[in-house]
Write a protein that binds this ligand. Structure first.
Ligand code: SF4
Length: 329
Protein backbone atom coordinates (compact mmCIF):
# COMPACT_ATOMS: atom_id res chain seq x y z
CA UNK A 1 0.00 0.00 0.00
CA UNK A 2 1.36 3.52 -0.83
CA UNK A 3 2.20 6.02 1.99
CA UNK A 4 -0.38 8.47 0.67
CA UNK A 5 -2.90 8.75 -2.10
CA UNK A 6 -2.81 11.72 -4.47
CA UNK A 7 -5.44 13.86 -6.16
CA UNK A 8 -5.51 17.14 -8.04
CA UNK A 9 -7.90 20.06 -7.70
CA UNK A 10 -9.22 20.96 -11.12
CA UNK A 11 -11.89 22.50 -13.26
CA UNK A 12 -13.40 20.46 -16.08
CA UNK A 13 -13.76 22.36 -19.36
CA UNK A 14 -15.69 20.47 -22.05
CA UNK A 15 -14.95 22.77 -25.03
CA UNK A 16 -17.52 20.94 -27.17
CA UNK A 17 -19.74 17.89 -26.90
CA UNK A 18 -19.62 17.31 -30.67
CA UNK A 19 -17.69 14.17 -31.61
CA UNK A 20 -17.08 12.17 -34.78
CA UNK A 21 -17.38 8.86 -32.88
CA UNK A 22 -20.53 7.34 -31.45
CA UNK A 23 -19.53 4.92 -28.67
CA UNK A 24 -22.38 2.77 -27.42
CA UNK A 25 -21.82 3.78 -23.79
CA UNK A 26 -21.38 7.53 -24.29
CA UNK A 27 -23.72 9.93 -22.53
CA UNK A 28 -21.60 13.01 -23.35
CA UNK A 29 -21.69 13.30 -27.13
CA UNK A 30 -24.49 15.34 -28.63
CA UNK A 31 -25.92 15.52 -32.13
CA UNK A 32 -25.00 18.89 -33.67
CA UNK A 33 -28.67 19.76 -34.32
CA UNK A 34 -29.68 18.97 -30.74
CA UNK A 35 -30.49 21.98 -28.51
CA UNK A 36 -27.90 20.74 -26.00
CA UNK A 37 -25.06 20.77 -28.56
CA UNK A 38 -22.33 23.02 -27.14
CA UNK A 39 -19.22 24.89 -28.12
CA UNK A 40 -17.97 26.97 -25.19
CA UNK A 41 -17.06 30.54 -26.11
CA UNK A 42 -13.86 32.22 -24.83
CA UNK A 43 -15.81 34.24 -22.18
CA UNK A 44 -17.44 31.03 -20.94
CA UNK A 45 -14.03 29.34 -20.70
CA UNK A 46 -12.58 32.39 -18.95
CA UNK A 47 -15.40 32.33 -16.42
CA UNK A 48 -14.73 28.66 -15.52
CA UNK A 49 -10.98 29.28 -15.26
CA UNK A 50 -11.45 32.33 -13.07
CA UNK A 51 -13.81 30.46 -10.73
CA UNK A 52 -11.32 27.60 -10.59
CA UNK A 53 -8.43 29.91 -9.70
CA UNK A 54 -10.52 31.51 -6.94
CA UNK A 55 -11.39 28.05 -5.57
CA UNK A 56 -7.70 27.10 -5.36
CA UNK A 57 -7.56 24.74 -8.35
CA UNK A 58 -4.23 24.08 -10.03
CA UNK A 59 -5.43 22.23 -13.13
CA UNK A 60 -7.65 22.99 -16.12
CA UNK A 61 -8.81 19.72 -17.65
CA UNK A 62 -9.75 20.36 -21.27
CA UNK A 63 -11.61 17.44 -22.74
CA UNK A 64 -14.09 17.20 -25.58
CA UNK A 65 -15.37 15.14 -28.49
CA UNK A 66 -12.85 13.79 -30.97
CA UNK A 67 -12.09 15.65 -34.24
CA UNK A 68 -15.41 17.58 -34.16
CA UNK A 69 -14.55 19.36 -37.45
CA UNK A 70 -15.41 16.08 -39.19
CA UNK A 71 -19.03 16.60 -38.13
CA UNK A 72 -20.91 18.61 -40.76
CA UNK A 73 -21.72 22.14 -39.56
CA UNK A 74 -19.14 22.28 -36.76
CA UNK A 75 -16.41 24.10 -38.67
CA UNK A 76 -18.80 26.98 -39.51
CA UNK A 77 -19.67 27.20 -35.84
CA UNK A 78 -16.00 27.32 -34.89
CA UNK A 79 -15.27 29.93 -37.57
CA UNK A 80 -17.83 32.21 -35.94
CA UNK A 81 -15.57 32.16 -32.85
CA UNK A 82 -12.63 33.09 -35.10
CA UNK A 83 -10.87 29.70 -35.33
CA UNK A 84 -10.67 27.21 -38.16
CA UNK A 85 -9.30 24.36 -36.06
CA UNK A 86 -10.40 23.10 -32.65
CA UNK A 87 -6.74 22.44 -31.80
CA UNK A 88 -5.85 26.12 -32.48
CA UNK A 89 -8.80 27.13 -30.30
CA UNK A 90 -7.68 24.70 -27.58
CA UNK A 91 -4.10 26.07 -27.70
CA UNK A 92 -5.46 29.61 -27.26
CA UNK A 93 -7.60 28.51 -24.28
CA UNK A 94 -4.57 26.76 -22.76
CA UNK A 95 -2.62 30.03 -23.01
CA UNK A 96 -5.51 31.80 -21.31
CA UNK A 97 -5.49 29.15 -18.57
CA UNK A 98 -1.77 29.70 -17.92
CA UNK A 99 -2.33 33.48 -17.69
CA UNK A 100 -5.11 32.92 -15.14
CA UNK A 101 -2.92 30.52 -13.11
CA UNK A 102 -4.16 27.00 -13.91
CA UNK A 103 -1.97 24.34 -15.51
CA UNK A 104 -3.66 22.87 -18.59
CA UNK A 105 -4.06 19.11 -19.04
CA UNK A 106 -5.67 18.42 -22.43
CA UNK A 107 -7.41 15.22 -23.35
CA UNK A 108 -8.89 15.92 -26.79
CA UNK A 109 -8.95 12.43 -28.35
CA UNK A 110 -6.68 11.27 -31.17
CA UNK A 111 -4.02 13.75 -32.23
CA UNK A 112 -1.50 13.91 -35.06
CA UNK A 113 2.17 14.57 -34.26
CA UNK A 114 1.89 18.19 -35.45
CA UNK A 115 -1.11 18.75 -33.16
CA UNK A 116 0.71 17.30 -30.15
CA UNK A 117 3.66 19.57 -30.96
CA UNK A 118 1.35 22.57 -31.13
CA UNK A 119 -0.19 21.80 -27.72
CA UNK A 120 2.90 20.62 -25.86
CA UNK A 121 4.26 24.07 -24.86
CA UNK A 122 0.97 24.99 -23.18
CA UNK A 123 0.20 21.73 -21.36
CA UNK A 124 1.67 20.41 -18.13
CA UNK A 125 0.61 16.93 -19.27
CA UNK A 126 -1.81 15.41 -21.75
CA UNK A 127 -3.94 12.30 -21.97
CA UNK A 128 -5.71 9.74 -24.12
CA UNK A 129 -7.45 6.67 -22.74
CA UNK A 130 -6.31 3.55 -24.55
CA UNK A 131 -9.63 2.06 -23.31
CA UNK A 132 -8.97 -1.43 -24.69
CA UNK A 133 -6.87 -3.20 -27.28
CA UNK A 134 -9.84 -5.52 -27.84
CA UNK A 135 -12.15 -5.15 -30.83
CA UNK A 136 -15.54 -4.64 -29.19
CA UNK A 137 -19.10 -4.03 -30.32
CA UNK A 138 -19.37 -0.78 -28.31
CA UNK A 139 -16.77 0.77 -30.66
CA UNK A 140 -18.33 -0.41 -33.93
CA UNK A 141 -18.04 2.31 -36.61
CA UNK A 142 -15.95 4.56 -34.33
CA UNK A 143 -12.86 5.29 -36.41
CA UNK A 144 -11.09 6.87 -33.43
CA UNK A 145 -11.44 3.73 -31.33
CA UNK A 146 -9.27 1.46 -33.46
CA UNK A 147 -6.61 0.36 -30.93
CA UNK A 148 -3.64 0.81 -33.29
CA UNK A 149 -4.43 4.46 -33.97
CA UNK A 150 -4.82 5.21 -30.28
CA UNK A 151 -1.51 3.51 -29.57
CA UNK A 152 0.05 5.69 -32.28
CA UNK A 153 -1.01 8.91 -30.50
CA UNK A 154 0.33 7.64 -27.15
CA UNK A 155 3.56 6.59 -28.84
CA UNK A 156 3.99 9.99 -30.55
CA UNK A 157 3.42 11.74 -27.21
CA UNK A 158 6.22 9.57 -25.82
CA UNK A 159 8.59 10.56 -28.62
CA UNK A 160 7.80 14.20 -27.82
CA UNK A 161 8.42 13.64 -24.08
CA UNK A 162 4.95 14.71 -23.00
CA UNK A 163 4.03 13.46 -19.49
CA UNK A 164 1.00 11.34 -20.30
CA UNK A 165 -2.14 9.89 -18.75
CA UNK A 166 -3.84 6.88 -20.26
CA UNK A 167 -6.02 4.08 -19.00
CA UNK A 168 -8.55 1.36 -19.63
CA UNK A 169 -12.31 1.14 -19.37
CA UNK A 170 -13.56 -1.90 -17.48
CA UNK A 171 -16.85 -3.53 -18.42
CA UNK A 172 -17.50 -2.17 -21.94
CA UNK A 173 -17.58 -5.62 -23.51
CA UNK A 174 -13.87 -6.43 -23.39
CA UNK A 175 -12.55 -9.74 -22.06
CA UNK A 176 -10.20 -10.17 -19.10
CA UNK A 177 -7.51 -11.11 -21.58
CA UNK A 178 -8.10 -7.79 -23.39
CA UNK A 179 -7.52 -5.99 -20.08
CA UNK A 180 -4.23 -7.79 -19.49
CA UNK A 181 -3.16 -7.10 -23.09
CA UNK A 182 -4.11 -3.42 -22.76
CA UNK A 183 -2.02 -3.00 -19.59
CA UNK A 184 0.81 -4.93 -21.25
CA UNK A 185 0.72 -2.52 -24.21
CA UNK A 186 0.80 0.50 -21.86
CA UNK A 187 3.76 -1.04 -20.03
CA UNK A 188 5.61 -1.53 -23.31
CA UNK A 189 4.98 2.11 -24.31
CA UNK A 190 6.28 3.31 -20.94
CA UNK A 191 9.35 1.06 -21.21
CA UNK A 192 10.14 2.62 -24.60
CA UNK A 193 9.46 6.28 -23.83
CA UNK A 194 9.15 6.67 -20.03
CA UNK A 195 6.22 9.09 -20.35
CA UNK A 196 3.25 7.36 -18.69
CA UNK A 197 2.64 9.10 -15.38
CA UNK A 198 -0.65 7.44 -14.51
CA UNK A 199 -3.02 4.73 -15.73
CA UNK A 200 -6.72 5.16 -15.05
CA UNK A 201 -8.68 2.00 -14.31
CA UNK A 202 -12.19 3.30 -14.94
CA UNK A 203 -15.31 1.30 -14.32
CA UNK A 204 -18.08 1.49 -16.92
CA UNK A 205 -21.27 3.07 -15.56
CA UNK A 206 -24.40 2.63 -17.71
CA UNK A 207 -26.04 5.84 -18.90
CA UNK A 208 -29.74 6.28 -19.56
CA UNK A 209 -30.74 6.64 -23.23
CA UNK A 210 -27.52 5.05 -24.55
CA UNK A 211 -27.19 1.74 -26.43
CA UNK A 212 -25.57 0.24 -23.31
CA UNK A 213 -28.11 1.55 -20.81
CA UNK A 214 -28.96 -2.01 -19.73
CA UNK A 215 -25.43 -3.41 -19.89
CA UNK A 216 -24.21 -4.61 -16.51
CA UNK A 217 -21.59 -2.52 -14.71
CA UNK A 218 -18.53 -4.30 -13.30
CA UNK A 219 -18.70 -5.06 -9.57
CA UNK A 220 -16.18 -4.17 -6.89
CA UNK A 221 -14.48 -7.60 -7.02
CA UNK A 222 -13.88 -7.26 -10.75
CA UNK A 223 -12.40 -3.79 -10.22
CA UNK A 224 -10.22 -5.01 -7.36
CA UNK A 225 -8.77 -7.80 -9.47
CA UNK A 226 -8.18 -5.39 -12.40
CA UNK A 227 -6.42 -2.84 -10.17
CA UNK A 228 -4.29 -5.62 -8.61
CA UNK A 229 -3.38 -6.97 -12.04
CA UNK A 230 -2.40 -3.48 -13.28
CA UNK A 231 -0.35 -2.80 -10.13
CA UNK A 232 1.51 -6.06 -10.58
CA UNK A 233 2.22 -5.47 -14.27
CA UNK A 234 3.11 -1.77 -14.30
CA UNK A 235 6.38 -0.31 -13.01
CA UNK A 236 6.16 1.45 -9.65
CA UNK A 237 6.72 4.94 -11.12
CA UNK A 238 3.37 4.69 -12.94
CA UNK A 239 0.44 5.64 -10.67
CA UNK A 240 -2.84 3.75 -10.81
CA UNK A 241 -5.83 6.06 -10.74
CA UNK A 242 -9.44 5.22 -9.87
CA UNK A 243 -12.39 7.61 -9.99
CA UNK A 244 -13.91 8.18 -6.54
CA UNK A 245 -17.14 9.60 -7.98
CA UNK A 246 -17.72 6.31 -9.85
CA UNK A 247 -16.65 3.75 -7.25
CA UNK A 248 -15.77 3.81 -3.57
CA UNK A 249 -11.95 3.83 -3.67
CA UNK A 250 -11.03 2.44 -0.21
CA UNK A 251 -10.55 -1.21 -1.19
CA UNK A 252 -9.04 -0.28 -4.55
CA UNK A 253 -6.33 1.73 -2.75
CA UNK A 254 -5.60 -1.42 -0.72
CA UNK A 255 -5.15 -3.23 -4.06
CA UNK A 256 -2.60 -0.69 -5.31
CA UNK A 257 -4.48 2.36 -6.60
CA UNK A 258 -2.48 5.43 -5.59
CA UNK A 259 -4.32 8.34 -7.20
CA UNK A 260 -7.89 9.61 -7.14
CA UNK A 261 -7.70 11.88 -10.16
CA UNK A 262 -9.07 15.37 -10.53
CA UNK A 263 -11.60 16.53 -7.96
CA UNK A 264 -13.41 19.73 -8.79
CA UNK A 265 -14.87 22.15 -6.28
CA UNK A 266 -16.41 24.16 -9.15
CA UNK A 267 -17.46 21.97 -12.08
CA UNK A 268 -19.25 18.66 -12.53
CA UNK A 269 -17.88 15.53 -14.24
CA UNK A 270 -19.43 16.23 -17.65
CA UNK A 271 -18.74 12.66 -18.78
CA UNK A 272 -20.56 11.25 -15.71
CA UNK A 273 -22.86 14.12 -14.67
CA UNK A 274 -24.96 11.83 -12.47
CA UNK A 275 -21.94 11.13 -10.24
CA UNK A 276 -20.91 14.16 -8.13
CA UNK A 277 -17.33 14.57 -6.93
CA UNK A 278 -16.85 14.01 -3.22
CA UNK A 279 -15.55 17.00 -1.22
CA UNK A 280 -11.93 16.78 -0.01
CA UNK A 281 -12.92 15.77 3.55
CA UNK A 282 -15.33 13.12 2.20
CA UNK A 283 -12.52 11.87 -0.01
CA UNK A 284 -10.17 11.57 2.96
CA UNK A 285 -12.81 9.60 4.83
CA UNK A 286 -12.98 7.10 1.93
CA UNK A 287 -9.34 5.98 2.24
CA UNK A 288 -7.15 4.70 5.12
CA UNK A 289 -4.04 6.75 4.26
CA UNK A 290 -3.42 10.51 3.99
CA UNK A 291 -4.32 12.45 0.87
CA UNK A 292 -1.67 14.50 -0.88
CA UNK A 293 -2.44 17.10 -3.51
CA UNK A 294 -0.45 16.95 -6.73
CA UNK A 295 -0.29 18.97 -9.93
CA UNK A 296 -1.35 17.63 -13.35
CA UNK A 297 2.35 16.94 -13.96
CA UNK A 298 3.78 14.31 -11.61
CA UNK A 299 6.86 15.11 -9.47
CA UNK A 300 9.24 12.88 -11.44
CA UNK A 301 8.54 14.86 -14.65
CA UNK A 302 9.09 18.16 -12.84
CA UNK A 303 12.46 16.81 -11.66
CA UNK A 304 13.27 15.72 -15.23
CA UNK A 305 12.11 19.14 -16.51
CA UNK A 306 9.67 17.68 -19.02
CA UNK A 307 7.92 21.01 -19.46
CA UNK A 308 8.27 24.07 -21.64
CA UNK A 309 9.57 27.54 -20.86
CA UNK A 310 6.02 28.81 -21.41
CA UNK A 311 4.67 26.80 -18.49
CA UNK A 312 7.75 26.71 -16.28
CA UNK A 313 7.02 29.81 -14.13
CA UNK A 314 3.56 28.51 -13.20
CA UNK A 315 4.88 25.03 -12.35
CA UNK A 316 7.53 26.65 -10.12
CA UNK A 317 4.90 28.82 -8.45
CA UNK A 318 2.53 25.92 -7.71
CA UNK A 319 4.90 23.09 -6.78
CA UNK A 320 6.67 22.35 -3.50
CA UNK A 321 10.24 21.11 -3.06
CA UNK A 322 9.17 17.50 -3.78
CA UNK A 323 7.16 18.38 -6.87
CA UNK A 324 3.70 18.07 -5.30
CA UNK A 325 1.24 20.96 -4.93
CA UNK A 326 2.46 23.69 -2.63
CA UNK A 327 0.12 23.71 0.36
CA UNK A 328 -2.99 25.58 -0.62
CA UNK A 329 -4.59 27.62 2.15
S1 SF4 B 1 -16.98 8.36 -25.52
FE1 SF4 B 1 -15.71 10.04 -26.28
S2 SF4 B 1 -15.09 9.34 -28.33
FE2 SF4 B 1 -16.87 8.10 -27.75
S3 SF4 B 1 -18.64 9.22 -28.59
FE3 SF4 B 1 -18.36 9.89 -26.46
S4 SF4 B 1 -17.13 11.75 -26.63
FE4 SF4 B 1 -16.92 10.64 -28.55
Amino acid sequence: MPRFVTFSRNVFIPLTNICRNNCAYCGFRCDIRHPEAKLLSPPEVKDILTRGARAGCSEALFTFGEKPEEVRGFREWLLRLGYDSIIDYLAEMCRLSIRIGLLPHSNPGLLEGSELEKLKPYNASMGLMLETVGIIKAHESCMGKVPTVRIKTIETAGKLRIPFTTGILVGIGETREDRVNSIQKIRELHERFGHIQEVIIQNFVPKARTRMALHQAPGLEEMKSTVSMAREMLPSDVAIQVSPNLISPGELVRCGASDLGGISPETIDYINPESPWPGISELQAMVDIPLRERLPIYPQYIKKKWYSKEISPLIMELSDAEGFRKTYK
